[in-house]
Design a binder for this molecule. Structure first.
Ligand code: PLP
Length: 388
């Protein structure tokens, strides 16, 4: 019986048949900048690696397959040297005088790119609480060209209803494009293209590659004409990843499904433990029923992911002490790797937005829950909280 492969299968096989030249089961690292031509202009589909490279092409096809697994129609993938490079390239679709509406809890690096780089070129930006679709709709302007959604957000883990926002925005104007930064969920947990978005962007640095050993980014796009423009921009701007980085990302993606299941299960256990702890004021995790966006998360996500934020009763001082006392949870920025990390966003990942509308509470602690044994992780948090 013929059936469409599901995402667990696509993660391992999509874009990656046996190598036609040698039969190698794993896509080789085509570490080359250029390609021999049989005659002038006669190639095997590759002429220069900024334009296209076979290892990168395998990654681009795999990412497109994952993000379109539920949409029922194909999509197109483009890989970049970082998540920020992907975002910057996508924003080249927007012209001076046009307006971009974004989440007021957007990733700090995205905020910095919008406010301190792209504004100088005449693009207009404004920010709103995208967990409220009514406010998103009310914030649209005649010149709005792009709505930039992040869900769950970083580090407050707010949830935006992608289908509801897409419906309202497209009812206003089909000219307004919708991009979703799907870094925190990964396509295993959430597929925005199936919910009405035009683009997905990723920092593949995080869950997709999953091992904290590579920086990368991606755009996945539904419409062929938009893909062709973005493909032109990818080559024209040139922020492409090298073949080794593409190979590492492909290798990471093979285990995406099992990793996301374990990340989510571990995080759910830790959230339930933390919420009843006497040193903890509040736990923010979309899987908890007290989370403001729980109902929407339940509707649009398969599981709730590996990120938890918490506020300690002892405030900033306790937060700093906790992150310096854990042993298994490493004090570090970034997220989405197999190892557990802990940080204080206000002083670390979100230091660049202090004093702005995006400032986060000083006493907030963010956990990126890894796939270690959950009781080992519990014991580590327990000993760190006991010291407060
Ligand atoms: C890390 C991150 C980015 C930026 O990606 P880089 O790979 O670091 O350039 C963008 N969005 C979110 C949500 C992120 O976590």
């Amino acid at each position: 019986m013929q059936r469409n492969p599901q995402i667990e299968t696509l993660a391992i096989h999509a874009g990656q048949g046996a190598d036609p030249a040698t039969g190698a089961v794993i896509t080789p690292i085509y570490q080359t900048s250029t390609y021999a031509q049989a005659e002038v202009g006669v190639t095997k589909g590759f002429d220069y690696s900024r334009t296209a490279n076979p290892t990168r092409l395998a990654l681009e096809k795999c990412l497109a397959a994952l993000e379109s697994a539920l949409a029922g129609q194909p999509a197109y993938g483009l890989a970049f040297s970082s998540g920020m490079a992907a975002t910057d390239t996508l924003l080249r679709l927007i012209k001076p005088g046009e307006h971009v509406l974004a989440s007021n809890d957007v990733y700090g690096g995205t905020f910095r790119l919008f406010e301190r780089v792209l504004k100088e070129y005449g693009l207009e930006f404004s920010y709103t609480d995208i967990s409220d679709p009514t406010r998103v709709e009310a914030s649209l302007r005649p010149e709005t060209r792009l709505v930039w959604i992040e869900t769950p957000t970083n580090p407050l883990l707010k949830i935006a209803d992608i289908a509801e926002i897409s419906r309202r925005v497209k009812a206003r104007s089909t000219n307004i494009l919708i991009a979703v930064d799907n870094t925190f969920a990964s396509p295993f947990l959430q597929q925005p293209l199936a919910l009405g978005a035009d683009f997905v962007i990723h920092s593949t640095t995080k869950y997709l590659s999953g091992h904290s050993d590579v920086i990368g980014g991606a755009i996945i796009v539904r419409e062929k004409s938009l893909y062709e423009r973005l493909k032109f921009l990818q080559n024209a701007i040139g922020a492409v990843p090298g073949p080794m980085d593409c190979w590492l990302t492909l290798r990471g993606i093979k285990t995406l499904a099992v990793r996301m299941e374990r990340h989510s299960a571990n995080a759910a256990s830790l959230a339930n433990y933390l919420i009843q702890h006497s040193a903890v004021e509040n736990v923010i995790y979309p899987g908890l029923e007290n989370h403001q966006g729980h109902a929407v998360a339940k509707k649009q996500m398969r599981l709730y992911g590996g990120m938890i934020s918490l506020i300690l009763k002892g405030g900033e001082k306790a937060a700093r002490k906790m992150v310096e006392t854990t042993r298994l949870f490493t004090l570090a920025e970034s997220l989405g790797g197999v190892e557990s990390l802990i940080e204080v966003p206000a002083a670390m990942t979100h230091a660049s937005v202090s004093g702005s509308a995006l400032e986060v509470p000083a006493g907030l602690v963010r956990l990126s829950v890894g796939i270690e044994n959950v009781d080992d992780l519990l014991a580590d948090l327990d000993q760190a909280l006991r010291g407060l």
